[in-house]
Structures are given as structure tokens and as C-alpha cells.
Design a binder for this molecule. Structure first.
Ligand SMILES: [Zn+2]
Length: 488
């Protein structure tokens, strides 16, 4: 199979570029994961979902993908929280990394191939710091090690920052003397009560930026394909990662940089420090995880996305429309199966409903792939899926009336739709849209109505029907008996 050409917007080049992998047929992706000092929120879930879906798509078109997503488990924020609660920092890190795994597992998108943690890669990190010092790009002061920003002439190439105008600077820590205010710590000397590891500069712990550089190179090697993360990480985190990596390897670090836009609330970035977060686990209590996936995928990954009631309702509406379409197709297929013997062989004409369904199925698939290959335009891909939804609905409604229905055609179109949605991580199981998968309670009510009707107790039958209506279902009488159909 020939892998189609895909284009991605490269932050480094500031334009869309053809994607050419380093190793033919293989894609290596590194994504910055969470710092585990609290439960992850919906904003943290966006890169997790986006890159999981992107990897699914790349695999679907024939690539072998290695997705690496780190967990930062030693950091100032973790230490701060541990001190506040009077516990060890690794206790906090363990508790919240477990919670992160649990919460993101519930999305049903699987796990990245590797989820490295800083504390498990101390040797790599210390060796990397050593190499930077030996090459003259870093220096020790007071037991900490700093990166000499001015030494790396290409500093600023990702974010467009100019070193002589840079405002964002890390403050020197107590007892340490930075050569320049621009320099950032790659190794931090341990303060009393802090977690620490032995190093050539005494006990200490790594800076955040060095962790991602060391671990991405460890798992993917120099010139790896794609480095991703939230837009807010471009500077200084990703800029510093490049400076560290390229100073040591003397060659390109990651060749493509992809950044997702921020999740906002009332136009402000959702972030812990602003106190406007919505926890992923709280979300899951209220909504189907697929609503979150559709909420993210309904917009382009690079755009900011407002976490609002309206946008969530829209995503929930999409899920409902997909479910109803499967439901409708299934109901018709069941009716056809029961009536098979009575029906003469169907005749499908090109200009009839069958021809329209075949054309729409083809069109939806072509459009879906064109959108996904164009900088992963998931919103466009969903629009393509809805082309198919409308065609299936129309066929299921009109074809039986004109007596020009072909169950294989309908089944094929439905399976294509399921396949496209599954690539996006939105999965439907047949139990969801067949009667057997319905809640027992609803089926009992339906049975009650049927019994009452047969017994001539129309008041009781109507009462049962009203209760079903309240639950959002209408009763449809079919040749195979009464069925429940979710009201749209
Ligand atoms: Zn990172």
C-alpha cells in the first residue's frame, strides 16, 4: 500500500510542509505530557487526545508509529505541593501519575508506546548535562548547572524570540551566580528536604527542559520526526529543548514541531494558576468520553477552543446524530432480514437511492482522507463523515418506500461510517444501537406497554408510552413487534 502524502504545519518553518519521515514507513513522535502535581484537566487532555488520534490515523494509512509521551514526576510544583501537605514529593508524583493514567485510559484511545518518567532516566539526564558542560554550553555554579543561552547562536529560531530583547528570564537561585540573566538551569542543586540524585556537581535534580531533551533523544534519536505539545510550551520549554539537543548532537533535533491551541474559558487559557480548570475526571462523570473527543476534533487542533456549554452540547449532538444513524440503519436491516423471503430480489439503479448512497460513500471517504492529510483537519474529516450520515439516513428512509433497497449496500455504508469514526477514536459497539443493548428498565416498560395493549388496558399502555417518551424514546410498531427509537 502506498502511504498518501500528508502535510503538517511546522511551527519551526512557520508554514505547512510535506511530511517526510526520517526512516521510510516509520514515524517517531514525542509529546510533552503532564507534570503530575494534581488531577489533569480538560486542557491537559487536548494534546493527549489529538496526538493519539493523529497516531491512529498515521497507522491507518500504513505508518509504523512510535508515540512517546513523558510524565514529569520531579519538579518545583510537585515539591511545593508535597511540602504543603507534609508528604514526600514522590508520594504526590505517584498519586497523580496513577490518576493521570486512569483518567486518560477512560478516553478509550489506548496508551502511547512509551511513557517515560524523569526519575527513571537520571543517568541519561546527568550524562546529557555533562556533555553540555564539556562542550562549553553549560557551567556549574553553587551546585547547579546553567545553560549558556548566548552560546547557542540559533537560539530563538522556534519562537522568534531575540536574545537581546528577551524578557522572560529565570531568576538565579539563592547562592548561585548566573553569567547572564538569560541562562536557564539544567540541573538544580538540592535544597534541604528536596528529592535528589548524586551528580558530578553534588546532589540535585534535573531542570524540566533537560528531561524532555534527554528522553526524546533516548527513545527517538537525533533528527526525529515530530515533537508536539501545547502552544504555551513553544517558549521557553521547546526553545530550550532545541538549544540543549542541538548543542550536543550538532544536528537537527526534531524536524517538525506541532502545537495544539489552548482550551479557554471565557477566552482565558484553562490553567491551574488561573483557577479556571475543569478536571478530566469530573468531565467523565457527566459526559460520554466520546463527547470530549468530538469536542476537540470538531475544531482544528491549532485553534484555541472555548470550553463552553454550547460547544459541549454541539459535540454531544454530533455523538447523538452518529448513534441515531447507526440505529436507523440497524432497524431497517433487521426489518429487511425478517421480510427477506417475502421480498423479490432488489433492483438497484444508478440514479435511484442506491446509486446515491454508493456515490456518497465514495465521496465521504475521499473527503475524509483529504482533510486528514491536510494538517490533520479533523473538523473537515467529521464533516465528511456527516456526508455519509445524511446519505445513510436518506437511504434508510426512502429506499424501503420505493422498494429499491439492498441490505448489503446499507450494511457497507454503515460499516464504512463506523470505520471512519473508529480512526478518529470514536467507537460504537453494535450493542449500543440494537435493542439488546438497551437498558433493561426501558425494555421492561416496552414489554409492559405491549401487555397492557394486548389486554385492552389502553390507559396503562399510554402511561408506559409516556414514561418512555420522558426517557427520550418513542415506540415504533414494526412487523417484528414494537421497537424503541431514540427521539432526535
Ligand atoms: Zn517537554
Amino acid at each position: 500500500m502506498n502511504i498518501p502524502n500528508i502535510k503538517i504545519y511546522n511551527t519551526l518553518a512557520r508554514r505547512k510542509e510535506d511530511f517526510v519521515p526520517r526512516d521510510k514507513g516509520h514515524v517517531g513522535i514525542y509529546v510533552c505530557g503532564p507534570t503530575v502535581y494534581g488531577y489533569v484537566h480538560v486542557g491537559n487532555a487536548r494534546p493527549f487526545v489529538f496526538f493519539a488520534v493523529f497516531a491512529r490515523y498515521l497507522r491507518h494509512i500504513g505508518y509504523e508509529v512510535k508515540l512517546v509521551e513523558n510524565i514529569t514526576d520531579v519538579d518545583d510544583k510537585i515539591i511545593e505541593r508535597a511540602n504543603k501537605e507534609g508528604v514526600d514529593s514522590d508520594e504526590i508524583a505517584t498519586e497523580y501519575s496513577d490518576a493521570y493514567i486512569e483518567d486518560t485510559c477512560a478516553l478509550g484511545l489506548g496508551r502511547p508506546n512509551v511513557e517515560p518518567r524523569a526519575t527513571e532516566h537520571m543517568e541519561d539526564i546527568i550524562n546529557f548535562c555533562k556533555e553540555l558542560v564539556e562542550a562549553g554550553y553549560a557551567y556549574e555554579t553553587g551546585g547547579s548547572v546553567y545553560y549558556r543561552v548566548r552560546e547557542f547562536l540559533e537560539y530563538g529560531k522556534l519562537s522568534g524570540q531575540k536574545t537581546d530583547q528577551m524578557k522572560h528570564c529565570e531568576l538565579a537561585r539563592e547562592g548561585e551566580a548566573k553569567e547572564s540573566p538569560l541562562d536557564f538551569a539544567i540541573w538544580k542543586a538540592a535544597k534541604p528536604g528536596e528529592p535528589n540524585w548524586e551528580s558530578p556537581w553534588g546532589p540535585g535534580r534535573p531542570g524540566w527542559h533537560i528531561e524532555c531533551t534527554a528522553m526524546s533523544l533516548r527513545y527517538l534519536g537525533a533528527k526525529f520526526d515530530i515533537h508536539g505539545g501545547g502552544r504555551d510550551l513553544v517558549f521557553p520549554h521547546h526553545e530550550n529543548e532545541i538549544a540543549q539537543a542541538e548543542a550536543v548532537t550538532g544536528t537537527a533535533f526534531a524536524r517538525y514541531w506541532m502545537h495544539n491551541g489552548m482550551i479557554t474559558r471565557k477566552d482565558e487559557k484553562m490553567s491551574k494558576s488561573l483557577g479556571n480548570i475543569f478536571l478530566l475526571r469530573e468531565f467523565m462523570k457527566k459526559y460520554d468520553p466520546r463527547v470530549l473527543i468530538l469536542f476537540f476534533l470538531g475544531s482544528h487542533y491549532r485553534s484555541p477552543l472555548e470550553f463552553s456549554e454550547r460547544n459541549l452540547d454541539e459535540a454531544a449532538g454530533m455523538l447523538e446524530r452518529f448513534r441515531n444513524c447507526f440505529w436507523k440503519a440497524e432497524s431497517v436491516l433487521q426489518e429487511l432480514a425478517a421480510a427477506e423471503r417475502a421480498r423479490a430480489e432488489s433492483v438497484v439503479s444508478e440514479d435511484g437511492p442506491g446509486g446515491a448512497l454508493v456515490a456518497a460513500t465514495e465521496k465521504a471517504q475521499v473527503q475524509f482522507h483529504a482533510e486528514m492529510c491536510d494538517d490533520v483537519n479533523t473538523a473537515g474529516a467529521l464533516a465528511a463523515a456527516f456526508v455519509l450520515v445524511r446519505a445513510i439516513n436518506e437511504y434508510a428512509e426512502t429506499a424501503p418506500v420505493t422498494n429499491e433497497i439492498d441490505s448489503q449496500l446499507l450494511r457497507d455504508a454503515r460499516d464504512r461510517l463506523a470505520e471512519l469514526l473508529e480512526i478518529l477514536g470514536v467507537k460504537f459497539s453494535p450493542e449500543e444501537y440494537t435493542q439488546t443493548g438497551m437498558e433493561q428498565e426501558l425494555l421492561e416498560l416496552l414489554e409492559k406497554r405491549e401487555q397492557a395493549r394486548k389486554a385492552g388496558d389502553y390507559a396503562a399502555a399510554d402511561a408506559a408510552r409516556d414514561q418512555l417518551a420522558e426517557a427520550g424514546y418513542e415506540v415504533r410498531d414494526t412487523p417484528q413487534g414494537p421497537k424503541l427509537v431514540k427521539k432526535s
